[in-house]
Design a protein around this ligand. Structure first.
Ligand code: IPM
Ligand code: MG
Length: 363
């Protein structure tokens, strides 16, 4: 099993290093090869997604990705910015289905900004379409406004679009995921205003006919944003487009106490995938050894489950994470009174120890 390891920028290298140590502790026949991506790749090769990195990712069975981005690259032309690396990987590898679970661990209920009773037991899965929508729609650019009240003025524009097959395939992913869970899908749209999302709603409704055992509800995105903080446990699976999914998944992540806990999977039609923490590169804390590596470690577990067909190994990682939380170990983002604050490396050590059966000490 070949894994491409792409640590990236900011805290990426630190957190990926811990996930790699956890993977090695499983003693599986995993072949891991590392390549630069994002700002790190721009520095080394003049491009955020060098040909060699893309080739490695294409040849691998799965990709473990850290994070990309740093404010210092904000002035670069768009095609050279670190974010283009992740967008390029999604597009080139056809990773259209982004799964972002938002689970509130019992030990972390008090880390949420919502009242504990609202989030205790929270378990939502956001299924975000990842290769279409306004992120990739053409044409886009800058021009002189051709008409309207501001004709003649400089303007910028993007194109929101979805084709029927794109909506169908992500709807199938959502309904199939719901079948293994609480059997409810909320399709989030803006059908009251946008043609693209009226079409989205129509197509999701059609696909639903094949899943009579799953309940489907439709919700406008503004209401969904509100319901997520009002009664988040009413959701099971949320399926939505690329941009709404980007926004709602950050919101859902925060319900759980820390975005530092949440893994994600981005899958193609054959379950080959890229696995990354839902959080970003956090350049402000990079290199300090304080970042939470658990989202990346849990992403490695998702990789074992979805792309490498190793569900027992995935369970071992997830149980180990539960064990270190139960033992009271916390990085700064999830620390609270009465728990033990640890750094990135110590958190990784504790997960490795839990996997290999050694005891976890509290100091
Ligand atoms: C995400 C990120 C990316 C996105 C950025 C880094 C391009 O916010 O994975 O959610 O917008 O998809
Ligand atoms: Mg985002």
């Amino acid at each position: 099993m070949k894994i491409a390891i792409l640590p990236g920028d900011g805290i990426g290298p630190e957190i990926v290093a811990e996930a790699v140590r956890v993977l090695r502790a499983l003693e599986l026949p995993l072949e891991m090869e590392t390549a630069p991506v994002g700002g790190a790749a721009y520095e080394a090769h003049g491009h955020p997604l060098p040909e060699s990195t893309l080739k490695l990712a294409q040849a691998a069975d799965a990709v473990l990705f850290g994070a990309v981005g740093d404010w210092k690259y904000d002035k670069l032309e768009r095609h050279l910015r670190p974010e283009q690396a992740i967008l390029g990987l999604r597009k080139h590898l056809g990773l259209f289905a982004n799964l972002r679970p938002a689970i509130c661990y019992p030990q972390l209920t008090h880390a949420s900004s919502l009242k504990p009773e609202l989030v205790a037991g929270l378990d939502i899965l956001i299924v975000r379409e990842l290769t279409g929508d306004i992120y990739f729609g053409q044409p886009r650019g800058r021009r002189t406004a051709p008409d309207g009240a501001f004709a003649g003025a400089p303007e910028a524009f993007d194109t929101m679009r979805y084709s029927r097959p794109e909506i169908e395939r992500i709807a199938h992913v959502a309904f199939q995921a719901a079948r293994k869970r609480a059997k409810k899908v909320t399709s989030v749209d803006k059908a009251n205003v946008l043609e693209t999302f009226q079409f989205w709603k129509d197509v999701v409704t059609e696909v639903h006919a094949q899943y009579p055992d799953v309940q489907l509800e439709h919700m406008y995105v503004d209401n969904a944003a509100m319901q997520l903080v009002k009664a988040p446990k009413a959701f099971d699976v949320i399926v939505t487009g690329n941009m709404f999914g980007d926004i709602l998944s950050d919101e859902a992540a925060m319900l759980t106490g820390s975005i530092g806990m949440l893994p994600s999977a981005s899958l193609d039609a054959n379950n080959k995938g890229l696995y990354e923490p839902s959080h970003g590169s956090a350049p402000d804390i990079a290199g300090k050894g304080v970042a939470n590596p658990l989202a990346t470690i849990l992403s490695a577990a998702m990789m074992l489950r979805y792309s490498l067909a190793q569900p027992e190994a995935a369970d071992r990682i997830e149980r180990a994470v539960q064990a270190v939380l139960a033992a009271g170990l916390r990085t700064g983002d999830i620390w609270s009174e009465g728990t033990t604050r640890v750094g990135t490396r110590e958190m990784g050590d504790a997960v490795v120890a839990a996997i290999t059966g050694k005891t976890i000490t509290k100091s």
